[in-house]
Design a protein around this ligand. Structure first.
Ligand code: GDP
Ligand code: MG
Length: 786
């Protein structure tokens, strides 16, 4: 046997077996849950372009790991054992558990059945990226956003199974185990434990079955009816793999249904089983997975002893006994507290655990994980025929050679982003925008003619034509750009590319105190801050989450595009691309500086470990993509006709009347001017000391797009071009880029971080905007621009 080394010193391409894992607490648990357990074989696939993190292959899937964490894992090199699935034993004939099958074998005494009008509740639980959302959409006909990045589902979503009115199904965030590691894992665990759904639909990725069954094992301990949906069967069988469903069913003791969520195959059968087990409360027939032969039965005896020790406590605390026992042995604080054991019992628990540790030679958490993987191995040996290396995997490797290659990764990423921006702003988006603008001009022209001929009052005519049609219209014309931008972002996400970006950007993000995972919320921030803030829930540490949230406002969102476009058209025609790119870049730059500041002050310490799965590249489904675009378009139109329309009308009203509610002789005497004048002194040093400018910025707090429509209402005659110069327009753009995010974004920040932080963000962003704009102003003055 070769001597042991730490994993970070293992060479690329070499295979090794894990000997031990240092560290403690939830990180170690997370390692175990991801399949990094002693005895497992792994190999190093590559290192990221900047040297850190590394990509490893274990149990047939890809994980990223930082060198500093790899250093905690000792391994010993083994000869490259190419995947030996061993000679299959002759299959025994297995009886079905026959759960979930209407009409045969087992007793369906109506006693157990829920009444007809009972609403059956289901939880959809599974690993990240196993296809939960795709299945949820098939089941409910709803269109939740589907992505190929671990952790796109950020909150639970409810729906009703099509054709079954009395059902409610909840799509939970993806989890790897019932030991919570990130906030969203806690959401899923609490849901199953506390809300007690009538049944659990456990979705399992067939191409990644060992790792996925790890969660299944824990779900079976929950004393809830479970049906296992083995998803991605199309991919598995397409590559020559197969699963003997009967054997798997009998070993797991629950119904197992092979499905393909994207192809909608097997879904009806799944529904039949799910409804049946829920209705008749058919619980798993097996729970006792610890083999009396494994490690001389040390783990087995320990689990059973602890189960009897805590049984009544678990019942009182309303936690499934077997689950509570294994968690108590693992040392799960939350569960042990809930059990309320007395000192004596705690001592006995510790004693039993120590004995097990010494008998088995494994640490407690490792022993439990090992017990599960041991069982999973038996199940898979019996029932799964592994595919030859899958086409998808080979394709992924080829793509990865370029997309995460040492010299190509970052240039390609920059190239892709630039291409997306050019396509969005100059090609597709701009072309569609032109079409809409032409339409709006035609409309406003004919409406104006109509109003004049009918002798409408000039004030009203101004409101309708200038305010509503042109104001809302100028905002609407940006809809194509926003939708196209989201289209590209969603393609990046769905294809699995963003996970790679997180992988190779980790080193850079660590420099500003974040981990590679934060790249996702930040990129989504270029679309809209609201989903960006929400998606930070996938980050496992509070510190990273908060810091990422505070940085998202620096990523210029699509709602600011109308502002940029409006000013570019007037002051810098022909330089649109340059100015926009400059603004985006400025936002990122200021964001980075702020991150450094945060790292030194508010958020000292290190970003959390970065253990993440790299999914195979998958072609995004057309249906899902179109649905997303449609949602965004709808959302945008709704906003244009609600918030923005209202803001425009209110502004028109306030500027038309003076403080005595008489028609103002001049808008500068209006109520609006009186309010906005309060802000004029503050903005004056920036060259923005005009009440109309202040008003439009204030209305931008409601929705950024309304800055433009409000300007349309306020500036009449020669309009903005006469009132501002190129340099004040520049200052205005810089200020708009950085000042407070809109109400919707602030509301989501409040949800994630609380009211104080939300207010702090408003003040802080305005202060930063003021500061940066002041610098900008100084520079332009120095260079002699007026
Ligand atoms: P979630 O993270 O568990 O919600 O997973 P998603 O529903 O977002 O799906 C992850 C990826 O797997 C997406 O790219 C889906 O298109 C893809 N996918 C889902 N179900 C299947 C399936 O049955 N077959 C194949 N080939 N791909 C699937
Ligand atoms: Mg999902």
């Amino acid at each position: 046997m070769t001597e042991s080394i730490t994993l970070d010193r293992l060479k690329i391409g070499k295979t090794a077996r894990i000997i031990s894992i240092e560290g403690e607490g939830s990180l170690k648990q997370h390692f175990l849950d991801m399949g990094l357990i002693p005895g497992a074989e792994l190999s190093i696939v590559k290192t990221a372009p900047l040297g850190d993190p590394v990509e490893i292959s274990i149990h047939g899937y890809l994980l990223t790991l930082r060198l500093s964490e790899a250093a905690k894992i000792s391994v010993c090199e083994t000869d490259d054992l190419s995947e030996t699935s061993g000679v299959k034993q002759k299959k025994k004939v297995h009886a079905h558990p026959s759960l979930g099958e209407p009409g045969i074998h087992h007793d369906k005494s109506l006693k157990r059945a829920f009444p007809q009008d009972h609403i059956l509740t289901f939880a959809l639980v599974g690993n990240q990226n196993s296809g939960k959302t795709t299945l949820f959409n098939q089941l409910t006909g709803s269109n939740q956003h589907v992505g190929n990045f671990p952790g796109v589902t950020i909150d639970r979503k409810d729906g009703t199974i099509r054709k079954f009115k009395n059902t409610r199904i909840t799509d939970l965030p993806g989890i790897y185990s019932m030991s919570p590691y990130s906030g969203e894992e806690l959401v899923s665990r609490d849901f199953v434990l506390n809300e007690k759904p009538d049944a659990i639909i456990n979705i399992v990725d067939a191409t990644n079955i060992e790792r996925n069954l790890y969660l299944t094992m824990q779900l079976l301990e929950m004393e809830r009816p479970v049906v296992v949906a083995v998803n991605m069967m199309d991919e598995l069988s397409g590559n020559g793999g197969s699963i003997d469903i009967n054997i798997m069913e009998s070993m797991l003791g629950v119904p197992v249904v092979p499905i393909s969520a994207v192809k909608n195959a097997g879904v009806d059968e799944l529904v039949t089983h799910a409804i049946h087990i829920a209705k008749y409360q058919e619980k798993p027939t097996e729970q006792d997975y610890c083999a009396p032969t494994d490690h001389e039965g040390a783990v087995h005896r320990c689990i059973h002893a602890v189960s009897s020790l805590i049984e009544d406590h678990a019942k009182r605390a309303d936690i499934p006994v077997r689950f509570a026992a294994s968690k108590a042995i693992e040392g799960d604080r939350l569960i042990i507290e809930k059990l309320q054991l007395d000192q004596n019992e705690l001592d006995t628990l510790e004693h039993l655990t120590l004995q097990m540790e010494s008998e088995s030679g494994m640490e407690r958490a490792v022993a439990i994980a090992d017990m599960r993987f041991d069982f999973i191995k038996r199940v898979c040996d019996e029932s799964v025929t592994k595919p030859h290396e899958s086409r998808e995997r080979i394709r992924s490797e080829k793509l990865d050679r370029v997309l995460t290659g040492k010299y190509t990764a970052i240039p390609v990423f920059v190239g892709i982003m630039v291409l997306i921006f050019i396509l969005t702003f100059n090609v597709i988006g701009a072309w569609l925008q032109g079409l809409i603008e032409t339409g709006i001009e035609a409309l406003s022209g004919s409406v104006e003619a109509l109003l004049i001929s009918s002798g409408a009052n000039e004030v009203i005519r101004g409101l309708i034509v200038k305010g509503i049609i042109e104001g809302v219209g100028s905002v609407l014309s940006f809809m194509p750009i926003v939708v196209v931008m989201f289209f590209f972002l969603s393609i990046l996400e769905d294809s699995g590319y963003i996970a790679r970006v997180a992988f190779f950007m980790d080193t850079l993000l660590r420099k500003i105190g974040l981990s590679g995972r934060s790249i996702v919320p930040l990129l989504i921030g270029f679309g809209c801050s609201v989903p960006a803030v929400m998606s930070t829930r996938t980050l496992p540490s509070d510190r990273d989450r908060r810091m990422t949230i505070l940085l998202t406002p620096f990523m210029s969102c699509t709602a600011k595009l109308p502002i940029y476009g409006f000013f570019v058209n007037i002051f810098f025609p022909g330089y649109g691309g340059l100015i926009m790119a400059g603004l985006y870049f400025l936002g990122i730059l200021v964001g980075i500086l702020v991150a450094f500041l945060f790292k030194k002050t508010l958020f000292k310490g290190e970003a959390v470990p970065f253990v993440m799965e790299l999914p195979n590249y998958r072609l995004p489904g057309i249906k899902n993509t179109l649905q997303l675009m449609w949602e965004k378009a709808k959302d945008f139109i709704q906003r244009a006709f609600s918030i923005i329309l209202i803001a425009t009308v209110i502004v028109w009203f306030l500027k038309t009347f003076d403080l005595g509610f008489n028609l103002a002789a001049d808008p500068s005497e209006s109520i609006l001017a009186a309010i906005a004048n309060l802000f004029v002194p503050i903005m004056a040093p920036l060259g923005l000391g005009d009440w109309r400018i202040c008003t439009s910025l204030i209305s931008g707090f409601m929705a950024k797009e309304s800055v433009v429509s409000v300007m349309g209402v306020l500036y009449t005659g020669a309009g903005v071009s006469a009132a501002m110069t190129a340099s004040t327009a520049g200052a205005f753009l810089v200020f708009s880029l950085l000042y407070t995010p809109c109400v919707a974004a602030i509301a989501s920040i409040r949800r994630e971080m609380g009211g104080k932080w939300a207010v702090a963000v408003i003040v802080w962003q305005c202060a930063v905007a003021w500061g940066v704009t002041a610098v900008f102003r100084l520079i332009t003055l120095l260079f002699g621009a007026a």
